[in-house]
Design a protein around this ligand. Structure first.
Ligand code: URA
Length: 201
């Protein structure tokens, strides 16, 4: 089990507006030695209330998609770029993303996953530091440097994209199939090898 000491943020007052809008800090959940870290944008109302990422409607979609691939919330890590709920569910701004970056980097380097999966435009652009057309690039595997290490990163659409555009479910499914294939998840249908294919990329 990887060392989780210091991964959780107990309290933080770096973003005065978020200190006002949040109930509390929402830390990542799941395995501290996970092979996959899913990174979302920021907590919404449900996450703020329950103190856990992706427990609302988007989280329901993510849970279902993980289960279909022989995964679950406890076997992966789920976290966000920003740990406090922005007011009116607006996107976190550049300053808030920068303020919280240290915590995300610490979480990722502490877990040292085989693969980072960015859920949506905000986390994809934040971790890749470039413009990303998420729906076009979903499923693409690239790399990002965090601290002294280079991590594989797979761009994925946000689960909420499926609410606004039904066709995005196929995009989400396809990207998550690649995730399962890359980390060698045995899906029980004969597809998963149990062997990571990340060395091929
Ligand atoms: N959307 C996110 O990006 N993160 C959450 O935790 C919930 C919804």
């Amino acid at each position: 089990m990887a060392d989780t000491e210091g991964i959780d943020v107990i309290d933080c007052t770096r973003c005065p507006e978020l200190v006002e809008s949040r109930s509390g800090v929402v830390n990542g959940t799941g395995a501290s030695d996970a092979a996959i870290v899913f990174v979302g944008e920021a907590p919404g109302a449900d996450e703020d209330r329950e103190g856990e990422p992706f427990v609302g409607r988007s989280g329901g979609v993510l849970d279902d998609k993980l289960t279909e691939r022989g995964l679950d919330r406890d076997s992966v890590r789920i976290t966000n770029c920003v740990r406090c709920r922005p007011p009116e569910n607006r996107d976190p701004n550049a300053e808030e993303l920068a303020n919280c970056r240290e915590f995300l980097d610490r979480e990722i380097t502490g877990i040292d996953p085989e693969l980072i999966v960015t859920l949506g435009k905000v986390p994809s652009e934040h971790l890749l530091d470039t413009d990303v057309a998420v729906t076009k690039q979903a499923g693409a595997v690239t790399e990002t440097r965090i601290g002294d290490a280079t991590y594989r990163l797979l761009i994925c659409v946000h689960p909420a994209a499926t609410f606004y555009d039904g066709s995005q479910e196929a995009t989400l499914d396809s990207a998550l199939d690649t995730v399962a294939e890359l980390v060698g998840v045995d899906t029980g249908d004969g597809e998963g090898s149990g062997q990571s294919r990340l060395g091929d990329y």
